[in-house]
Structures are given as C-alpha cells and as structure tokens.
Unconditional design. Structure first.
Length: 163
C-alpha cells in the first residue's frame, strides 16, 4: 500500500505543476478566503487491488471560480456558469490525478482513475480512512489539497440462486 504521505506529496507537486503550466496566475483574483465561506471543489479516485485513494481540491466558491476561469482562459471579471465551473474544476483534478498516477507508477502500476466529482459543501471521510491535507496558494487563491486513502478489500459472499 502506498503511504498517504506519498499520495499527498505527489498530488501537491502535480497541482503546482498544473497551475504553472495551464494558468495565467497574473489574471487570478483571490475572492473570499473566509474560513466560514462555503467550500467548493472536486474529487477523483484512483484504485487498484492494493490501493484506494481520493484526491480532492477544495477552495471557496469564489476561489474555485477563479481557478475555473484561469483554466478556461476567461477574463478575471467574466462570469462562469456552474456547469462550466464543474467541468473546469473536474478537469483540473483529472489532470492532477493522471500526473499522480504516473508519479506512483513504480509503486503500483495497476491504478485506474474514476470520474471526477464536483461538489459544494463538506466532504467527510468514513471511519478507517487516512486523511492528510495541506494548504497551497495557487496565485492568490487559497486551496486545500486533501488525500483520503484506505485499503481496498472488498469480498462478497456469493448470492444464493434459490428462489
């Protein structure tokens, strides 16, 4: 099993590389950084027989809008609709996850990606999951990178075919 610290390190490095490659940081605005501001972001899973992890990118709604506009090439004052925002933030985590998969390939070459999921509000881990996070500034936007990992050990008893 890949340690949670390795997931967080690979995710953080990948997100910074994506920001430096895809975003014009000079056009970004911070928005509200209030601790009680609603959270907005996206998550994506990577899974194999030995590893299961969720990678999450979380900011405020305004911070996520700034990241979305930066990815899509919108001006900083241009409105972004929720559908475009969901697509943009989902694409950011998808790109990051692909880079993470490459970064940990030597530790697990059987990882598969899930589809990204956009969310607004809170995301709570289940019992038994290891959760690590770090704060990053992407341009002026405060962003939380979260990894939630656990072992994938699903075993099911065969169902009876009796009626």
């Amino acid at each position: 099993m890949i340690p949670a610290e390795d997931w967080l390190d690979a995710t953080t490095k990948s997100l910074l590389e994506v920001a430096n490659t895809y975003f014009d940081l000079s056009t970004m605005e911070a928005g509200s950084g209030a601790a009680d501001a609603p959270k907005c972001g996206a998550m994506i899973g990577l899974a194999s027989e030995d590893n299961t992890v969720q990678l999450m990118l979380i900011s405020t709604r305004l911070g996520s809008e700034s990241l979305g506009r930066a990815l899509l090439g919108f001006d900083s004052d241009e409105a972004i609709e929720t559908g475009d925002l969901a697509d943009a933030i989902g694409e950011i985590v998808n790109i990051v996850a692909g880079m993470v998969k490459t970064a940990v390939h030597d530790q697990d070459d059987a990882l598969n990606l899930t589809l990204p999921t956009f969310f607004e509000g809170t995301v709570e881990p289940l019992a038994g999951q290891v959760v690590l996070e770090t704060m990053l500034k992407i341009g002026p936007v405060e962003t939380r990178v979260v990894v939630s990992s656990g072992v994938r050990r699903v075993t099911r008893k065969p169902r009876s075919s009796a009626a």
